[in-house]
Design a binder for this molecule. Structure first.
Ligand SMILES: Cc1ncc(COP(=O)(O)O)c(C=O)c1O
Length: 402
């Protein structure tokens, strides 16, 4: 009898967004608009390599002398620069000795290591995630064995955050020691963020209940600005005894396929940070041994060089402003009878995504009748549009919504 190891495996459906991306690519209609997949596109529809990235990469190619292993938690220089970037170099946490950190394979790798650390420390804890949240949060965190539950977040009628419901739900159901996953900025998939005032109230609210902040910062600089986008993380890092946070360089450095991310953990004492640091290395070792290096080297170069960093910040601001401009255009075009509330939401929301109140059937009609691609949930990536096709997107939306 031969081996039969794979006889009982079922084939799995393709990821919905990837399947739609392929459908959009295969669509031969010249006027098609792909608002589906979550990558930043410029006005020509290209996913560009940022200028500072190209320059740093050229220097690395010329100067790099070895491809030898770096270590399980990656480059110390990368970690320090990214911590300074996301917290602000002047933040008390940076000099406290209470931070442990690890380079990771993208924000996803950081989420996986962070969740594994939480599971090792408190295997019975629940991780609370927003409704909705980034679809991959669930398998990435759930695959550690941690339990996930949802709290109310996005209101599909008001197109804003159901803040009081969120707090009331966590108050009633979360238990001390549970973790609350929060999007640092540019909530994916809704674009609806917590305001500074809402963060101001949320941080002590969670602390008073012994709940641990788990902040995912995947879009720093692509929302309202560097300082605005890191407001919640900085506040939590100032006021929380313990905190887990993840950073992705995929979108704001355009380094998607290079897989660059960081996990940060704020601990009660420097001694605990030392313990956690050893755990992070051990966890990465069991998952992928060591993180990929090339992209992290690029980020370290850019953040460590005044000129490259300035150029990167300038280009990041250009990307952000392009998306804010598109939001204003779409909002103006939707600001007619029946579209007013969407018009308002589109400019209130941040980053690449907005979640529009379309049904899966209406999303299908947009694809079939208008060659406009968005997920069935109504999530659009505003960077997939341009000034030329925004009026048509608005018209098509008003048509299917009427
Ligand atoms: C909310 C959120 N977190 C984390 C990530 C992780 O991205 P990556 O693993 O590509 O860095 C993404 C990517 O889409 C995201 O939207």
């Amino acid at each position: 009898m031969g081996a039969a190891m794979f006889d009982h495996l079922d084939s799995l459906p393709p990821d919905a967004i990837i399947a739609m991306m392929q459908q959009a690519q295969a669509d031969g209609r010249a006027h098609k608009v792909d608002l589906g997949v979550g990558v930043y596109k410029d006005a020509t529809g290209a996913v560009p390599i940022m200028r500072a990235v190209k320059a740093a990469e050229q220097r690395i190619l010329a100067e790099e002398k070895t491809k030898s292993y770096v270590g399980t938690t990656g480059r110390a220089g990368f970690r320090d620069h990214v911590l300074d970037l996301v917290l602000g170099a002047d933040h008390p946490a940076c000099a406290s000795g209470r931070l442990a950190s690890s380079q990771a394979a993208g924000g996803s790798g950081a989420l996986r290591i962070g969740a594994q650390l939480a599971f090792s420390a408190t295997p019975n804890a629940t991780v609370w995630v927003s409704t909705p949240t980034w679809a991959n949060h669930v398998p990435l965190i759930g695959s550690t064995g941690l339990r996930l539950k949802s709290y109310p977040y996005y209101n599909r009628q008001t197109l804003g955050v159901d803040y009081e419901d969120m707090l009331a739900h966590l108050d009633a159901h979360a238990e001390a020691g549970d973790l609350v996953l929060l999007h640092g900025c540019c909530h994916n998939p809704t674009g609806a963020d917590l305001s500074p005032q809402q963060w101001d109230r949320l941080v002590p609210f969670l602390n008073d209940r012994g709940l641990v902040h788990f902040i995912d910062l995947a879009y720093l600089g692509l929302g309202r600005g560097l300082d605005e986008d890191r407001y919640g993380l900085r506040l939590a890092a100032r006021d929380c005894p313990e905190l887990i946070f993840t950073v992705s360089a995929s979108k704001n450095f355009g380094l998607y396929k290079e897989r660059v991310g960081l996990l940060g953990v704020l601990c009660k004492t420097p001694e605990q940070a030392g313990v956690v640091q050893s755990q992070l290395g051990a966890i990465q070792r069991t998952l992928i041994s060591m993180p990929p290096d090339h992209g992290a080297q690029i980020v370290e170069r850019i953040l460590g060089d005044g000129e490259l960093k300035r150029d990167w910040l300038d280009e990041l601001a250009e990307m952000r402003e392009r998306m804010r401009g598109l939001r204003r255009m779409l909002s103006d075009a939707l600001d007619v009878q029946g579209g007013e509330h969407i018009a308002r939401a589109v400019t209130d929301q941040n980053g690449m995504f907005s979640m529009l109140p379309v049904t899966p059937q209406q999303a299908e009609r947009l694809r079939d009748d208008h060659a406009i691609y968005m997920t069935d949930s109504g999530r659009i990536n505003i960077a997939g549009a341009n000034a030329g096709n925004i009026p048509r997107v608005a018209e098509a939306l008003l048509d299917v919504l009427s």
